[in-house]
Write a new protein. Structure first.
Length: 155
């Protein structure tokens, strides 16, 4: 089940462990969209993302489907989901990779179940990644029917 709320996904409501998930690209381009809100609150997710991209710079396709879990504290984890191949452009109008997104969400589900976390996010993949929220929502519901998922929409 997905619960929809109005608010800021970087400041989720309620107690307990939470994973804030979002989509990142595989070419070390961090600087537009939801990542700006993440970086405004914490430096570690961007720093870790850039280090991983640098390590894989010649093999960036290998990052697709990977989730980088970055602990902010014992109750808050950022999940950098590598599900975007490149950035949106005329030549690449839909860089979201749905197969990679499915692989990422399977990993997020395993992590959430193992550590008792709620999954939190915004409508990831439907903005700069060029995906369809209707399709993304179907994927979330099919992979995580037994995980608490909250999606935030800004006012």
């Amino acid at each position: 089940m997905i619960r929809y709320m109005v608010g800021d996904a970087t400041q989720p409501d309620g107690d307990g462990k939470k994973i804030i998930i979002h989509i990142v690209n595989n070419i070390s381009a961090w600087g537009k969209g939801f990542v700006l809100a993440v970086s405004k609150r914490w430096s570690e997710p961007e720093e870790r993302y850039k280090k991983l991209c640098k390590f894989y710079q010649d093999k960036c396709l290998e990052l697709l489907g990977h989730v980088q879990f970055v602990y902010i504290n014992q109750d808050l984890i950022i999940g950098n989901m590598f599900a975007q191949n490149g950035i949106i452009s005329q030549k690449n109008p839909h860089p979201l990779d749905y197969v990679a997104l499915e692989q990422c969400l399977i990993k997020v589900k395993g992590f959430a179940k193992k550590y008792g976390c709620e999954v939190v996010g915004c409508r990831f993949g439907s903005g700069l990644a060029g995906g369809s929220w209707t399709e993304i929502e179907k994927i979330i519901l099919s992979i995580m029917p037994d995980v608490d998922v909250t999606i935030y929409d800004l006012k």
